[in-house]
Write a protein that binds this ligand. Structure first.
Ligand code: SF4
Length: 286
């Protein structure tokens, strides 16, 4: 069985009881970032990243020089006031950092500003109240803007993995992919997402699951295929290849998501065609 990366709470007993695994370690206080990274690195495991769950906006996080060299995923409710954040930018730009924000109207706007200032972001898109037009503008900026800017995910991730001949699963950008990540609690119970771990929706214990993989994992990995059947609006959607029905709103109004994912595929096609043309030109330049 394929050994998943483990997303663990900061718990020395749990992490020291694991060996030779890739681990993302979750902390809820900035004061634990360095300690958690060091603990994983000294435990015989590999550090994927430290996930710092902040209830404060990015601007109010007590950033430290000591975090240089530590891959960090900061989840925060908002960027906060840019006039305050701007003073922290010199340090932020030296860190190996991604800032994870939910796709509210404000965060869609701020992700663009952060990216233009050299700070990478991950926008959490969820079905429901999303401003798909604003998201389309951001996608276009993330993929096409010529001015230097830091990557914005999931767009950068999708662009790197996209293959026009295949469906693309990109839950991994949120550490949610049943084939790649397990989320653990302190007792080694396994959930398939951070949200499910928080709600204590576990599928079993790590040692048992790794001996005999439960059917639920394969079902979860193939859940998208159910969106491609019957009268589902997803079955005829041009954006299905990179959405796979994941963003179908409960009210059934799919105009926004359809337009967004179709335009993303169109943009990716255009970018690939440009690269192809540029490659050919290079070969025949005299
Ligand atoms: S973008 Fe298309 S595939 Fe995705 S939820 Fe909307 S209609 Fe379904």
């Amino acid at each position: 069985m394929n050994l998943r990366t483990l997303i663990c709470p900061y718990d020395p007993e749990l992490i020291n009881g694991l060996s030779n695994r890739e681990i993302g370690v979750r902390v809820d206080s900035a004061s634990l970032v360095s300690r958690a990274a060091e603990m994983v690195r000294n435990s015989g495991n590999r550090l994927l990243c430290v996930i710092l769950d902040s209830t404060q906006p990015v601007e109010a996080v007590p950033w430290e020089d000591a975090w240089k060299g530590i891959p960090i995923l900061l989840t925060a409710p908002a960027a906060g006031e840019f006039r305050k954040l701007v003073h922290k930018l010199p340090l932020l730009k030296t860190l190996n950092l991604k800032i994870y924000l939910s796709a509210t109207d404000e965060n869609i706007r701020d992700a663009r500003i952060l990216s233009s200032l050299g700070v990478s972001c991950v926008l959490r898109i969820e079905a429901g109240a999303v401003d798909w037009e604003a998201l389309t503008d951001l996608m276009t900026y993330a993929l096409c803007a010529r001015a230097p800017h830091a990557p914005i995910d999931p767009f950068d991730y999708i662009a790197r993995k996209y293959d026009a001949r295949e469906h693309l699963k990109w839950g991994g950008v949120y550490l949610e992919d049943a084939e790649k990540y397990f989320h653990l609690d302190k007792e080694k119970n396994v959930a398939l997402s951070a949200k499910e771990a928080l709600a204590r929706q576990f599928i079993g214990r790590l040692d048992e699951i790794e001996k005999a993989e439960p059917e639920e994992i394969a079902q979860r990995a193939d859940a998208w295929s159910r969106n491609f059947t019957g009268n589902s609006p997803c079955a005829t959607c041009e954006g299905f290849k990179i959405c796979m029905g994941s963003f179908r709103p409960e009210d059934g109004k799919t105009e926004g998501c359809k337009a967004f994912f179709s335009e993303t595929i169109e943009t990716l096609g255009e970018l690939y065609a440009q690269k192809d043309r540029a490659g050919k030109e290079r070969v025949w330049q005299l």
